[in-house]
Design a protein around this ligand. Sequence first.
Ligand SMILES: [Zn+2]
Ligand SMILES: [Zn+2]
Length: 96
Amino acid sequence: MKLPSEAEAEARTRAMRQQIEDNANYRQKSLKMHGLICARCAREFDQSTAHLLTVHHKDGNHHNNPPDGSNWENLCSHCHDDVHSRGELGEYLSKK
Ligand SMILES: [Zn+2]
Ligand SMILES: [Zn+2]
């Protein structure tokens, strides 16, 4: 096993940093794209309650963040819990 070269290590660090930024940004992007409304119960939110709206990944993969927003669904925390408690996906509770 050989150690990664400096260039490799740097590229890896950059990719990791990019991923962290993407993850921080997808929520804002999704809220902007789909609006401050729950996709399931149609409850509406405004700037003061937007923090109650969560972004669900339809395929359960947090790293799958296509720029067209096709993997995102804005859900209120109640609907989000509901989706995950059905056992379809279990990814988000552990991440909070
Ligand atoms: Zn809802
Ligand atoms: Zn989810």
